[in-house]
Design a protein around this ligand. Structure first.
Ligand code: FES
Ligand code: FE
Length: 426
């Protein structure tokens, strides 16, 4: 019988300990199969990545009023993110301080107080225990408030960290991206639409898919309004994309002049690997009318997010490790977050924000606003599910990244660094 090298590699990988697989990862190559398929890596990813990093949780616009909350489930963790009576965003473990019951069981809602349904311990939206029936006179309620989770808001976006000591670089991340985000007025926006899509693939396949446009020929709707030139240098542009590249160069020169005249920061900052809160941000032109992610590139929302003198502002793109990416245009913002559900299932949540006073049917048509990314997400879900099927085959062996997949390499290197740090311990 002939034994092929790939059979041997796959067989060996399926028996290797996670620490060995982490240690032997070959730069420039996709990961070995168990990273995408095994329950051991699913648990490790929750512990080493999602419970240790800053993760994007929600838009402030999802919590417009005091008492509005969302719950976010990551592995065994459940977190309540709620706006308190002072209008601050707070986060708490969704675990009752009596006997531990999960308190809020809906994905979102609005409460006066946070009440556990089991024995009705009642907490304020600031987490303090207000009421617990039938306790002895010396019962000290102040010792039984909800356990808080670190939470920060940046220009209308909510981030949380489950770590006891979250990465200290978040403040620097926030101060660097805030000038880019602030002009878009996200804290004053409203949610026009939110769609949860469960992809049949590992969360890293969903992130890797986001970090390259090598596959963008599979996104005809997106390709019309978006320059699919991701990470190509001039010399690397394939011959078939030469005309697109030339159109991009012209649009880019015009866009830069506009950004400068309006004082909008646009230069790329790329620190995807070096820091725990890895990110990339850049403002770039869009194709066609250059205003928005729509079939003709024109703004989908008549009422812009801010008092911009033109809608032709392209898009501000933000990529964040480990679980989010964003596009901000003059008329709307679209936010994407990824949450692992199981080794082979991932929640991809897409949220469209528009000006708080924009009215559906008058200022915007929902299908025009969401159509490009709805189609793109569905196409990506197919790519991710097929990738999961492929890496699950005994014939799979890690493949080589192209230069245009450099952000995939950055994501994977960042991820391996986080796992290595976790496995080596404090
Ligand atoms: Fe929540 Fe008893 S477990 S009140
Ligand atoms: Fe895609």
């Amino acid at each position: 019988m002939t034994v092929h090298a790939s059979d041997t590699a796959s067989e060996a990988a399926s028996h290797a300990a996670p620490a060995d697989l982490v240690a032997r990862r070959i730069p420039g190559h996709s990961l070995e199969a168990p990273f995408y398929t095994s329950d051991a890596f699913f648990r490790l990813d929750v512990d080493a990545v999602f419970a240790r990093s800053w993760i994007f949780a929600a838009a402030e616009a999802e919590l417009p009023e005091p008492g509005d909350y969302i719950t976010l489930t990551v592995g065994a963790y459940s977190v309540i993110v709620v706006r308190d009576d002072d209008e601050e965003v707070r986060a708490f473990h969704n675990v009752c301080r009596h006997r531990g019951t999960r308190i809020l069981n809906d994905e979102r809602g609005s409460v006066g107080n946070i009440v556990c349904g089991y024995h009705h311990w009642t907490y304020g939206v600031d987490g303090t225990l207000l009421h617990a029936e039938s306790q002895p006179p010396d019962f000290d309620r102040s010792c039984f408030g909800l356990r808080s989770v670190h939470v920060r808001t940046v220009a209308g976006l909510v981030f949380l960290s489950l770590a006891a000591e979250p990465p200290a670089d978040f403040g620097e991340f926030a101060s660097r991206v805030e000038p880019y985000l602030a002009p878009h007025n996200l804290a004053r926006a409203k949610v026009a639409k939110q769609i949860d899509l469960v992809e049949h693939g590992n969360w890293k396949l969903a992130m890797e898919n986001n970090r390259e446009c090598y596959h963008c020929a599979g996104h005809p709707e997106l390709q019309r309004c978006y320059f699919p030139l991701y990470n190509f240098t001039e010399n690397e542009v394939p011959p078939g994309m030469r005309a697109t590249f030339e159109r991009f160069q012209k649009a880019d020169a015009e866009a830069r002049a506009t950004f400068e005249s309006l004082g909008l920061p646009y230069a790329a900052i790329e620190e995807l690997v070096e820091r725990p809160t890895g990110f990339r941000i850049e403002r770039e032109p869009l194709d066609l009318a250059g205003e928005s992610f729509t079939p003709d590139g024109k703004a989908a929302v008549r009422r812009l997010l801010a008092d911009f003198p033109t809608a032709r502002l392209g898009h501000l793109g933000l990529h964040l490790q480990p679980n989010a990416w964003f596009h901000f245009s003059a008329d709307h913002a679209v936010l994407f977050s990824v949450v692992p559900l199981a080794a082979d299932r991932t929640l991809v949540r897409t949220t469209w924000l528009v000006h708080a006073d924009a009215e559906e049917g008058i200022d915007y048509d929902l299908d025009t606003l969401t159509g490009v990314w709805v189609a793109t997400n569905e196409q990506d879900a197919v790519f991710v599910s097929r990738a999961q099927l492929g890496v699950s085959s005994p014939a799979y062996a890690p493949g080589l990244y192209s230069p245009t997949e450099s952000q995939v390499e950055s994501f994977v290197t960042w991820y391996i660094t986080r796992l290595t740090a976790h496995l080596e311990g404090p």
